[in-house]
Design a protein around this ligand. Structure first.
Ligand code: JCQ
Length: 240
């Protein structure tokens, strides 16, 4: 998979070289290219140089803050977005990012993350590329507002790339994760069996695999009921 990130803060993504993701990059499972959006803002739409490499302007219709210019994004995306690529725009107004969506995106040949700042990106950018037949997704990590899409993109990149076959050392650990079966994960324990007066649930020491599996499933249900009733309300479908 190829991942391209367009941002005015490319230095934010340098850490990708050292994390687990770094290994995947070396293994050539993932190619990540981070681009400085301002490189496409060196000239104004009339062709004259823009020394400030401006990427934003005031919103039509008034209102607070600034909006990112469509022409700058268009120049950048025309160069970066490949046929079959998916344009992902992290946004508080997006569809929920879920494990199911991460799995779906992990099968794309290319993901392009457009990291918005200010009040967001001119709406015509998403409209234009959807109109050209690209899959365009505005995706939300949660119901809160960040200063820009970089943090959200980083989280999505990690959630997606770890699902790429061959990326995680122990593929089995991916299968049994939270949300993969529509329920929260059961609690985990390891040695010592007794710690500060707290004991590991005896069933886990019983060696009876059937009882362990039943206990774990019950724990998943109990936890999901307590912490995420929304996940059960709509039939256990993936939820934010
Ligand atoms: C593209 O337009 C905007 C506008 C404002 C902030 C952002 C950054 O994303 C988030 O804040 C976010 C993502 N998931 N949950 C919150 C993008």
């Amino acid at each position: 998979m190829r991942i391209d990130v367009l941002t005015i803060f490319p230095e934010f993504f340098q850490v990708l070289d050292v994390s687990l993701l770094g290994k995947a990059r070396q293994a050539a499972l993932v190619e990540i290219h981070v681009h400085q959006l301002r490189d496409w803002a060196a000239f104004k739409s009339d062709g004259t140089p823009d020394a400030h490499r401006t990427v934003d302007d005031a919103p039509f219709g008034g209102g607070a803050g600034m909006v990112m210019k469509p022409d700058v994004w268009g120049s950048a995306l025309d160069d970066v977005l490949e046929e079959g690529g998916v344009l992902v725009i992290p946004s508080p107004a997006g569809v929920p990012f879920t494990q199911a969506l991460a799995a779906e995106l992990s099968e794309s040949p290319q993901l392009v993350f457009a990291c918005g700042r200010y009040e967001g990106i001119d709406a015509r950018v998403a409209e234009h590329y959807a109109g050209r037949g690209f899959r365009v997704l505005e995706v939300s990590l949660g119901d809160y507002v960040l200063n820009g899409g970089e943090v959200a993109a980083f989280a999505m990149i990690e959630a997606v790339t770890r699902l790429i076959p061959g990326f995680m050392g122990n593929a089995e650990s991916i299968v049994e994760e939270s949300h993969s079966d529509g329920l929260l994960e059961y609690p985990s324990y390891t040695r010592p069996a007794s710690w500060r007066g707290l004991e590991v649930p005896p069933v886990l020491l019983s060696g009876h695999h059937g009882k362990v599996a039943a206990w774990r499933h019950e724990q998943q249900l109990e936890r999901t009921r307590e912490r995420r009733p929304d996940m059960l309300a709509d039939g256990g479908a993936e939820a934010l």
